[in-house]
Write a new protein. Structure first.
Length: 298
């Protein structure tokens, strides 16, 4: 029985949701990629069973020529490969035309980081002039102490925080839960905020999110980004300071102080160790810079 593109895509997305347990964002992104492909190719092919490798390579070449970034192109290739593999496995098509597709190689950009002194200076900025200094200090401390993504910070909940045992449970990408230690200074800063400032922010609409905005709802990621920028400006920083920079710094400082790469991978919630390995390049770059600066023949 011939299957048409919309039906095939719907069945595949249902598989991603129910059997693979992948996030809604991933499902939406994959659906978008597949529907764009189907729209382009439907003028020439009636369904996925008619697709040949030439159709795929021609489509990808068109997207590349149109200026699509390599990272975006890679996402499309991945979507096509797993889509046609699924259809072939379920006997909806005979043969997998995407099997021989090669993932485009990406240029690896090293993440920006702050050194330990710069982090210390940022965490020491005087916040007395701000409306909610205890909240803002607690957020900064937690971002650096535990390497949270900004979305993990804004969705962090009271019932997932244990200040006595000094850990927090967060839900990261792909709805994967992980437990992360929280440093002593961060716990103290969070404790001060919870005792002296958060109660005044609570309203009838308040949930159990740790960090609240003026109206009692959880802070948005955009507002956290803005707060970090404002604090950096208050501290006189000339460099670009943003929340994810503290996550990069968290990982780099752990590595430079002897932490195992696998432990860092677990703390960051990376599915693939290769994602974490980028920090080894950052650390090597830092060591080379120090060598050039201080060695008489550097």
């Amino acid at each position: 029985m011939r299957i048409i593109f919309p039906e095939a895509i719907d069945q595949f997305i249902l598989y991603l949701a129910t059997e693979r347990g992948l996030s809604e964002n991933y499902q939406l992104s994959t659906r978008r990629s597949l529907e764009e492909f189907a729209e382009r190719i439907s003028k020439e092919r009636n369904g996925p069973d008619e697709i040949k490798i030439d159709d795929l390579t021609s489509y990808l070449a068109q997207r590349k020529t149109a200026g699509l970034a390599p990272a975006s192109l890679k996402l499309i290739v991945v979507a096509l490969k797993i889509f046609f593999r699924f259809l072939n496995t379920r006997k909806m098509i005979s043969g997998d035309p995407a099997e021989v597709l090669v993932l485009p190689r990406l240029t690896r950009y090293l993440p920006e980081t702050l050194n330990e002194l710069e982090v210390s200076q940022l965490l020491s900025v005087d916040l007395k002039s701000r409306a909610f200094p205890l909240r803002d200090r607690a957020m900064l401390e937690l971002l650096y102490a535990s390497g949270l993504r900004i979305s993990e910070l804004t969705h962090a909940r009271l019932e997932h925080l244990n200040l006595e045992e000094r850990f927090i449970r967060v839900v990261g990408k792909g709805n994967k839960t992980r437990i992360i230690p929280v440093g002593r200074e961060a716990c103290e800063a969070i404790g001060r905020y919870l005792t002296a400032e958060r109660p005044a922010l609570v309203s009838r609409r308040t949930g159990s999110e740790i960090f609240l905005a003026r109206h009692g709802r959880r802070l948005t990621t955009q507002r956290v980004w803005q707060i970090v920028k404002e604090i950096a400006e208050l501290g006189g920083f000339r460099m670009n300071i943003y929340p994810h920079l503290l996550r990069h710094s968290f990982a780099t400082h752990l590595l430079s102080n002897g932490a195992d790469l696998r432990i860092i991978q677990e703390l960051l919630g990376h599915a693939d160790i290769s994602t974490t390995e980028v920090y080894t390049h950052v650390d090597q770059g830092r060591l080379k810079s120090i060598h050039r600066r201080f060695h008489p023949r550097g």
